[in-house]
Design a protein around this ligand. Structure first.
Ligand SMILES: Nc1ncnc2c1ncn2[C@@H]1O[C@H](COP(=O)(O)OP(=O)(O)OP(=O)(O)O)[C@@H](O)[C@H]1O
Ligand SMILES: [Mg+2]
Length: 245
């Protein structure tokens, strides 16, 4: 576990990030409102235009153009939604839950995807049955981002291992893969919003995950060895100290 000085620094950094995000969240709420309404009006009118044009056989080219505009509008609203998920106000709907149960639900949900990707999925969940105060939906979103990244790091298959354990006042969740690993210059930027090395990636996955975990009073860290694999660790405060295992 981290030493006292490291814990203080961690807490200072977390508070600074939280303040920055709170400021951003206020600006964002206004902007989002201003953008969302016109976007849905545009969407609706494009749909009507599409229906009108479809009645005229000669309007094929125009119909195709409307199709292109509709696709771009969808892309814009998806971009906006991604941004809002990261920078918007988060309202935690947290309640004490069994951490293992949440993890198991997500593993069941994710299993088919690992099969398709030729990845073996293992789970090792502590018998200590840790109870944490979680917003189940947000927590699953945070964990899913890690599992998706792990899968993406193993394009030719490998092992994805999910472990839970208890250490002191925290429950730990480890998500480890036997994938590409992370180069040092990438590692320093991992949690930056919009940082991605993937074609088509938003780069908001880890930024969102960290935000969610820190809103829960938790912490995320990473260790990685290039070409061998990566381990992301979530630390979440326990509701009550469980028996150590
Ligand atoms: N398990 C991992 N193994 C190797 N590299 C990783 C792993 N997880 C994250 N990364 C690196 O961190 C970058 C940022 O990850 P993040 O989840 O924030 O965005 P992304 O995965 O690129 O995009 P998105 O989440 O929108 O699909 C990735 O592009 C990748 O380079
Ligand atoms: Mg990702």
């Amino acid at each position: 576990m981290a030493g006292v000085a490291a814990l203080r620094r961690r807490e200072r950094e977390r508070l600074a990030r939280q303040q920055e995000l709170a400021r951003l969240g206020e600006l964002t709420a206004g902007l989002a409102h201003e953008l969302k309404n016109p976007l849905s009006t545009i969407k609706l009118n494009l749909q009507l235009l599409h229906e009108d044009l479809a009645k005229f056989p000669a309007a094929e080219a125009s119909l195709a153009r409307v199709g292109t505009v509709r696709k771009e509008v969808d892309r814009l609203s998806a971009t906006l939604d991604d941004f809002l998920r990261f920078a918007g106000r988060i309202e935690l709907n947290a309640a004490p839950v069994e951490l293992n149960g949440q993890v198991r639900d997500l593993i069941d949900f994710f299993y088919p995807q690992t099969q398709t990707a030729g990845v073996r999925l293992y789970a090792s969940l502590t018998a200590a049955n840790p109870i944490c105060r979680l917003d189940a939906n947000l927590f699953k979103q945070a964990l899913l981002n890690l599992m998706l990244n792990a899968l993406a790091a193993m394009p030719t298959g490998g092992e994805l291992i999910i472990r839970t354990h208890v250490a002191g006042a925290y429950a730990l969740v480890d998500v480890s893969d036997t994938g590409t690993g992370i180069a040092p210059e990438v590692k320093t930027r991992l949690f930056e919003a919009y940082f991605t090395t993937k074609k088509g990636g938003t780069g908001l996955g880890l930024a969102t995950t960290r935000r969610i975990i820190e809103e829960h009073g938790g912490h995320i860290s990473v260790t990685s060895e290039p070409r061998r694999g990566t381990n992301f660790r979530l630390e979440l405060p326990l509701v009550r100290p469980a028996a150590q295992t």
